[in-house]
Every structure is written in C-alpha cells, then in structure tokens.
Design a protein around this ligand. Structure first.
Ligand SMILES: [Zn+2]
Length: 316
C-alpha cells in the first residue's frame, strides 16, 4: 500500500463550496489520485473562511458555523467512502488502515479563528479527532498574529490566550501547526510547547524570501525540538515572485536545504494541493511517484521513508 503522508490540502473546502465528492472530483486530490500517487494518509484541513476569503468564495456566515459545515462535509465524505478511506486518530490507526488496504484521512485545522477565545472549542476539536491545527491563517485571531511582510508586524507574539491554547493542544494531542503564523508567534510556540510542533506547509526563506517561509534560525529550532516541516509546492514560496509554475527541481532544492539546516528527521511533504493556483510540473497528487523518483538523486531510500511518512508518524 501507499507510503506518502501529505501534511496539508484544502480539498474539503473545495468539496463544500463546489458540492463535490472525494471520488472523481477535478482538482489536485481525489480518491483515485490518492491511490495512484501512493498515499498512506492525507491531512485534510478544515480551512475557516474569514474576512475577504468569504468574498473570494462567495460564501458567508459566522466563522464557527462555516467551520461546522466544513466538518460535516468531511464526515459525509468519510461515510460515503468508508470502503476506501477512513479517518485515523493515531499513528497506529494509520498503520492498521494501511495494512487493511485502506487510505487514511487525518483531520486538521487551518486557522483557529473560529475558536474565538473559547477553550471549549479547542476541547471540541480534539473530540472530533483533529490531530493538528494551524494557529492562524493570514489574519489576526484570538490566539495571535499572522506572518507579515512588514518586519515589525512579523515580530508580534502570541496573545495570552494563545499561550493557553498551545498548552491545551499539547495536553489534548493536537499538534501545533505554525504555518502562516508570525515569526514572533513562532518563537513563543517554541518556548511554550512541550511537544514537537509542525509547519505543515512552509518552505525555506533563505531560498525564497517570503514571510510565509521559515528562516534558517527557525529551521534549526524545528530540528532541535524534533519538529517537522512539510514542503509547500506553491511556486511563489519556492521561487521569488514565481506565481505561475511550480518546478520539481525547486521543490527538491528546498528539501535539500531544510535537511541540511534542520536535519533529515525534520523534513516532510505538505503540498497545499487544492489550495494553490499555480501550474505544477507534477500536475497533481498522481504526480508523486515521479517526484519520489527524482528525490532518489538526493536522498537514500531510508531517508525518503523518513520524508514521506516516518517523520510525521513520529510526532503524531
Ligand atoms: Zn495555507
């Protein structure tokens, strides 16, 4: 069975907005493409539509209601395709599903804006089987501040409730995801988290100067805390001002850099499929085998196992 655990996609949002099912839908990810590409488990993020995202997607409502609707979409898809894919709540369940010939779905959150300062909503997330949550998206929320091209705003740290949220997520078994977070918030998470963290879909800032990417100092801290970084396949995070085309060679460059700065045990895959609008050399999820083949020029088979699934299974 498959061997790839991909740490981030926005497919469930697309399923909700476009009334699609996971089988046969167009886009980067559907069940057929997951199987063809060699999936072991896919992290499916519930992306909270807030602020101008509601305008962009012509979908309006209270953020908590939209989050619940997206969760219902996830549940509906799991029920409809339970012969093919099952929600997994632990590394053991992923391995069991894999042995049974089933794909695994890991429920994650992109943007805790719907938490709105209410601890009970974090507890509810855990009861739903959420295993990882990005604290922010690109807006301020009750937890902290987003990445920002303005250096002063990028320095803003977690709010007092944000520190409590990190501690609660540690206790509840939810991995703290720092993708999209401000750099100040990142260092607060490093300081307050008692467990390894994750940047589910971020790249290296030394290779592409974008506030969504991690500096070498941040990468080093990720390595030292046993944390994991999933490489994002979005062209503009791989190569400066490239909004058009994601090249496999650029993905590989970021992989090699992160392995050098943070250690091979930090590196993972976080495509951002169905959330990125550039063309990709690998086209979609079914292109993974070709990318893995190219990875063999830089990494041993054991190292590729770490990158494709073992590093994330370790922190899960
Ligand atoms: Zn994102």
């Amino acid at each position: 069975m498959g061997h790839i655990i991909d740490l981030h996609c926005d497919t469930i949002m697309e399923c909700m907005l476009k009334e699609q099912g996971l089988d046969g839908r167009p886009g980067h990810i559907n069940l057929e493409k997951l199987k063809k590409g060699g999936s072991m488990a896919q992290c499916f993020a519930l992306f909270t539509l807030s602020n101008d995202m509601q305008d962009e997607h012509n979908c309006y409502g209270e953020v908590y209601d939209l989050y619940n609707r997206m969760y219902e979409t996830f549940q509906r898809e799991m029920e409809a395709h339970k012969d093919v894919i099952r929600q997994a709540r632990s590394a053991e369940e992923i391995l069991k599903n894999n042995a049974d010939g089933k794909l695994s779905a890991i429920l994650t959150i992109e943007d805790c804006i719907f938490v709105e300062g209410k601890m009970e909503r974090i507890v509810e997330m855990a009861s739903r089987g959420v295993k990882m949550a990005s604290l922010t998206w690109n807006y301020e929320n009750s937890i902290g501040y987003p990445n920002h091209k303005n250096a002063e705003l990028h320095k803003l740290g977690l709010k007092p409730f944000g520190i409590e949220a990190v501690e609660a997520m540690n206790d509840l078994g939810i991995i703290v995801d720092v993708s999209h977070l401000s750099e100040g918030g990142f260092w607060d998470v490093i300081k307050y988290s008692k467990k390894p963290i994750c940047a589910s879909h971020s790249c290296a800032r030394a290779l592409c100067d974008h506030s969504r990417n991690l500096t070498d100092e941040q990468l080093k801290a990720m390595g030292e805390t046993g944390s994991v970084v999933g490489i994002n396949f979005y062209s503009a995070f791989l190569e400066k001002d490239n909004l058009i085309f994601s090249r496999d060679e650029a993905i590989l460059k970021h992989m090699v850099h992160i392995a050098n700065k943070a250690g091979i045990e930090t590196l993972a895959l976080g495509s951002d499929f169905d959330g990125i609008d550039c063309e990709l050399e690998m086209k979609d999820y079914a292109g993974y085998p070709r990318l893995i083949e190219k990875m063999q020029e830089h990494f041993t088979d054991d190292q590729i196992d770490l990158i494709t699934h073992k590093n994330f299974l370790r922190i899960l």
